[in-house]
Design a protein around this ligand. Structure first.
Ligand code: SF4
Length: 321
């Protein structure tokens, strides 16, 4: 009788980031977590729990099932939350400034769960801002081209791991160099890059290029200094605008003051359509687009200039009002 081969317990949450890391996690890590990493990981988990608490408080205790176990070919994963009413898998990303790469990686994770958990008819990535607990939702519908592409990635990652398990090479690195590992919360950089040497950079031996590089460095420094000075001036101008808003509250939009005409313009930007979210959600009906419209920004601009017929008054020298 042949013995059943035990299923490896690779972490799907690692696979979505770096399949090679998921493979290496079968062995001991090269280092311990740093204190900062522990805190970030803890904060991420606690925010996920907080979000589920929030859903339960808002929609009732039976609204969401937490940590739903999902079996896949080489391991077991856990969906952060599952809404049985709409059969929606929830994945939480806690980040105030989530990059496109982070969002994509979490969408791959979510698609992996949706593929391996039959009740999951829909999915939604929740990007939570740890600062104010605000959220941005990325609904994922199964019958879309965007979902098909995510699923393709899911299967490519699994195939790379199965090939390694069958005696092939470890899956390809996602890091170009060891120093990128902490950005992936990876403690296997030494093992992963064992025997690796940074490829030497090609040298360009032309004085024109050297002179341009030096000029660029100089101008970049000048640009930084000018930007810092400009930021300071802008900050002062905004302070003055804020004071004007207080002083002129209740007044018409355009008034005269001594030799100045002061005009307030309230700007309402046009709403924009978040195409990626609409695409993920499989929105085909124009009537449904409203849910994916971002409200336009509203703000006020101020103009202060000398008006015709001004008798002058205070001498401001050559300032270009
Ligand atoms: S160091 Fe980078 S490429 Fe290597 S296993 Fe870790 S995350 Fe993957």
């Amino acid at each position: 009788m042949t013995e059943a081969v035990a299923k490896p317990q690779l972490r799907w949450s690692s696979v979505r980031d770096c399949p090679r890391k998921a493979a290496l996690e079968g062995g001991p890590p090269d280092r311990e977590w740093t204190d900062r990493e522990q805190r970030i990981l803890y904060r991420g988990r606690s925010l996920g729990r907080d979000y589920m608490d929030w859903l339960e408080a808002k929609y009732g205790v039976t609204a969401v099932e937490r940590e739903v176990k999902v079996e896949w070919a080489l391991g077991t994963g856990h969906i952060d939350g599952f809404l049985w009413k709409t059969q929606t898998a929830l994945e939480i990303l806690s980040s105030a400034h989530a990059t496109d790469a982070m969002i994509h990686s979490k969408l791959v994770q979510l698609a992996g769960y949706m593929e391996h958990y039959e009740p999951a008819l829909n999915g939604c990535l929740i990007v939570l801002d740890p600062g104010d607990f605000s959220e941005e939702r990325y609904p994922v519908a199964k019958d879309t081209e965007a979902y098909a592409l995510l699923v393709k990635e899911v299967h490519e990652r699994i195939a790379a791991l199965e090939s390694w398990r069958a005696g092939g090479n470890l899956p390809a690195r996602v890091c170009a160099k060891p120093s990128e590992a902490p950005g992936h919360f990876c403690r296997f950089a030494d093992t992963c890059f064992e025997g690796w040497e940074a490829p030497p950079l090609p040298e360009v031996d032309r004085p024109e290029v050297l002179a341009l590089a030096a000029a660029f460095a100089l101008e970049k420094g000048n640009e930084r200094a000018a930007t810092a000075a400009l930021d300071e001036v802008k900050g002062r101008r905004k302070e003055v605008e804020a004071q004007l808003a207080v002083e002129l509250e209740g007044h018409p939009r355009e008034v005269l003051s001594g030799s100045f005409k002061i005009r307030r313009t309230d700007v309402q930007r046009k709403p924009t359509l978040d195409l990626r979210k609409a695409e993920l959600a499989g929105v085909l009906n124009v009537e449904l687009l409203g849910e994916f419209m971002k409200p336009g920004a509203a703000y006020t601009t101020w103009t202060v200039e000398r008006h015709e017929g001004s008798a002058g008054g205070i001498d401001y020298g050559e300032e270009p009002f």
